[in-house]
Design a protein around this ligand. Structure first.
Ligand SMILES: Cc1ncc(COP(=O)(O)O)c(C=O)c1O
Length: 386
C-alpha cells in the first residue's frame, strides 16, 4: 500500500478522460492549455543551446551540495540586487525547491499557507512532505490583492511558512507593494518564513502601477525570505531541469547550511545543467523576446475578438503566460470545458486553479497565433450558443 501522503485515488478527471478518448480516436483539437514552450514553435538558438550543454567540464564529477560556483555566480549576476553566489542553492526544478524548503522548515503535521487561485501543485508538493497546504484566497476587486486578514485566520500554531507567487499563475498578478510590506510584517510578527516563486518574473505584460517587480530586491527582510526561480520559464528550457533558491537576509542565509545538508543527500542537479547555466542565462533574453512578442500578439487577437463578443471579457494580464477569460456562468466549469473539447478546443476550467465561481476559463497565450486565433474563435462561437 502506498503511504497516506499520496492521493487515495489516481483516477483521471472527466476532462482528462474525454481528452484521452479524443486522442485515441484521432480527432484533432486546438490546445489552448499548452504550457510547454518547447512545443510552441519558438525560434530557439539551437546551436548555442546544444553547445552550452556540451561543455567538456561535464566529463568529471565534482559534486557540490549548493551547486557549482560558476552556475551560482552567473545566476547571481543575472538577478543583480546585490545577490551573491553564496546566497544561492541549486535544485533540479522549482518543484524540487519547494520540496526541499518544506522539508527544511516543517515537521510532519506542520502547515504552510499557499495562495489561491494559483498553481495546483502546491497541495501535493506539501502533502508529499507530510505538510498541509492551507489555501488563502486572494481578493478580486480592482485587480487581485492579498487578504492579510485571511492569512491571519488561516494561520495555525503549526504554520511555518507563507508561499506567494509573483507574478501569480494563472492570474498573472504581481503583488501590490503595500501587500508586500504587510506580508513581510505578518511573517516577521509570527516567526514565519516567506517563499516567493518568481518563475514568471521576467514576463511582465500589463503591470499595475505600485506592484512589486521582484522580491530579489529585498536585501534585509525582517523574516527568512527565499526567492525561487529557474530556467523553465526564464529561458523557456524546462527540459534542462535547473532551478534555484535565493536566500535574502541574514535569517534565510543562516538556513542555507541545513539546506545544503539536505541537498547533499540528493545531489540532484546534473553536471550538464550546471555547466550550461552561464551560457543559457546569456541566451535567455533573446529566447524571451520571441515569447513576449507571441504573448502580446495573442492577447491583441483576443481583444479584437472580445470587442465583437460582449458576453465574454478578460482580466488584465500583468504578467506570465495565461489569460483569464470570463463567460456567463450558465453551467459549471467542467461541463463548459467538456462542451468546448467536443467542439475541438481545449481550455482549463478555472476551478483547476481554485478560481472562484464557474465563470473563469484559463487560456494559455503560448500557442502559435493561427492556432490561438482559431481556438478563441471556436470558443466564442460555442459560448454564444450556450
Ligand atoms: C508558479 C509556478 N512555479 C513553478 C513551476 C514549475 O517550475 P519547474 O519546472 O522549475 O519545476 C510552474 C510551472 O508551470 C509554475 O507555474
Amino acid at each position: 500500500m502506498p503511504s497516506s501522503r499520496l492521493p487515495s485515488s489516481l483516477s483521471p478527471n472527466a476532462l482528462s478522460l474525454a481528452l484521452e478518448a479524443r486522442r485515441r480516436e484521432g480527432r484533432p483539437f486546438l490546445d489552448l492549455t499548452v504550457s510547454n514552450p518547447t512545443r510552441c514553435g519558438f525560434p530557439y538558438p539551437e546551436r548555442e543551446v546544444l553547445a552550452a550543454l556540451a561543455d567538456p567540464s561535464v566529463l568529471a564529477y565534482r559534486p557540490e551540495a549548493r551547486g557549482a560556483q560558476s552556475a551560482r555566480a552567473a545566476i547571481a549576476a543575472y538577478h543583480g540586487h546585490g545577490l551573491d553566489a553564496g546566497d544561492l542553492l541549486l535544485t533540479a526544478s522549482t518543484s524540487e525547491a519547494y520540496a526541499w524548503l518544506f522539508k527544511l522548515l516543517c515537521d510532519p503535521g506542520d502547515d504552510v499557507l499557499v495562495p489561491a487561485p494559483s498553481y495546483p501543485l502546491f497541495h501535493w508538493l506539501a502533502a508529499l512532505e507530510g505538510v498541509e497546504a492551507r489555501s488563502v484566497p486572494a481578493i478580486l476587486h480592482d485587480g487581485w490583492n492579498l487578504d492579510l486578514q485571511g492569512l491571519a485566520s488561516a494561520c495555525t500554531p503549526r504554520t511555518r511558512a507563507v508561499v506567494v507567487v509573483n507574478p501569480n499563475n494563472p492570474t498573472g498578478h504581481f503583488l501590490a507593494e503595500e501587500d508586500w510590506r504587510g506580508l513581510l510584517a505578518f511573517c516577521a510578527a509570527r516567526g514565519l518564513a516567506l517563499l516567493v516563486d518568481e518563475v514568471f518574473g521576467d514576463y511582465p505584460l500589463e503591470p499595475r502601477p505600485g506592484s512589486l517587480p521582484t522580491a530579489m530586491a529585498e536585501q534585509a527582510p525582517p523574516c527568512p525570505l527565499f526567492v525561487l526561480s529557474g530556467l523553465s520559464k526564464i529561458a523557456a528550457l524546462p527540459q534542462v531541469k535547473l532551478g534555484w533558491i535565493a536566500a535574502r537576509g541574514e535569517a534565510a542565509r543562516a538556513l542555507l547550511e541545513p539546506l545544503s545538508f539536505l541537498a547533499d543527500q540528493y545531489l540532484s542537479v546534473s553536471a550538464c545543467a550546471q555547466a550550461a547555466a552561464p551560457a543559457l542565462l546569456a541566451l535567455a533574453p533573446g529566447i524571451r523576446k520571441a515569447i513576449l512578442a507571441r504573448l502580446a500578439e495573442n492577447l491583441a487577437a483576443l481583444d479584437r475578438l472580445l470587442a465583437a463578443h460582449p458576453h465574454l471579457s478578460r482580466l488584465p494580464v500583468e504578467g506570465g503566460w495565461s489569460v483569464l477569460v470570463r463567460r456567463p456562468a450558465v453551467d459549471d466549469g467542467e461541463t463548459c470545458a467538456l462542451a468546448l473539447l467536443e467542439a475541438g478546443v481545449l481550455v482549463h476550467p478555472g476551478h483547476f486553479f481554485d478560481l472562484p465561481g464557474e465563470g473563469f476559463l484559463v487560456l494559455s497565450l503560448l500557442p502559435p497565433p493561427e492556432a490561438f486565433q482559431a481556438g478563441i474563435a471556436r470558443l466564442a462561437g460555442v459560448l454564444l450558443r450556450s
